[in-house]
Design a protein around this ligand. Structure first.
Ligand SMILES: [Cu+2]
Length: 239
């Protein structure tokens, strides 16, 4: 008698939980064409602090980082259309933008509008963090981090692709932070793979793959039973 009532209820709750929170969109971004070779950053090596911090390493630009099977790293993949009128509370996760060996790590990152992120100096000398968003409602900032381990927490209020971060002490230090309206986004890993998960309802969406150098391409996807996969190809742009 008891079992008869309890089991169907438990099964129904499990089904609800699956459809409401376990959507997963994944795939790979590939690069077509041969990118120009990345350049060694001579000014970094010439700087006393930064040269010492990278004594053993060759440090290069990261304009096109390509991994296994032409997979393109550092590409933002995000739901661009299909969620109009819906709002999503920003994640409580705080991504880290680090300054290590006179380079920003990661080079490309992504947050939701309103989501806090940490900016850290892991070097034992000063950097300054000069962020220059362009979208109305986004405030820029420029502060120094003099000591190793210093962390400042920031957020941007409005969606904007490619907010530029620079260090004026070390002009080669550049990073970009993408700010998205919804939480359904990811940045590709070293081999061009991406996955984003969350409370994305079944349905049709326009998803965009966006790379700072190779540009953008969009694709219509359908999330069915909480799943979708989408592969993207971007092309090397003429310099
Ligand atoms: Cu610096």
């Amino acid at each position: 008698m008891l079992m008869k009532h309890v089991l169907p209820y438990a099964a129904a709750m499990a089904a609800v939980a699956v459809s409401a929170s376990a959507a997963e969109v994944s795939g790979k971004v590939s690069l077509k064409g041969t990118p120009p070779p990345e350049k060694a950053i001579a000014a970094l090596k010439a700087d006393p602090n930064c040269g010492k911090a990278n004594a053993a390493a060759e440090v290069k630009t990261r304009l096109y980082v390509v991994g296994a099977d032409s997979g393109l790293a550092n590409t933002l993949v995000y739901v661009k259309k299909g969620l109009e009128g819906k709002t999503f509370a920003p994640s409580a996760d705080k991504p880290l933008i680090d300054q290590k060996g006179c380079m920003y790590e990661p080079y490309i990152s992504a947050v939701q509008a309103g989501q806090q992120f940490d900016v850290k100096n892991s070097d034992a000398f000063m950097h300054n963090v000069n962020a220059t968003p362009k979208a109305a409602g986004n405030k820029g900032f420029n502060f120094a981090q003099a000591n190793a381990g210093q962390v400042n927490t920031k957020a941007f209020d409005k969606a904007e692709l490619g907010v530029r971060f620079a260090c004026n002490v070390h002009p080669w230090m550049i990073a970009y932070v993408h700010v998205l309206e919804n939480p359904f986004f990811a940045v590709t890993d070293k081999d061009g793979n991406y996955t984003f998960k969350g409370d994305l309802p079944d349905g049709k969406y326009t998803v965009e793959a966006f790379h700072m150098k190779a540009g953008a391409v969009t694709q219509e996807i359908e999330v069915k039973g909480g799943k979708a996969t989408a592969a993207f190809t971007l092309e090397v742009k003429a310099q």
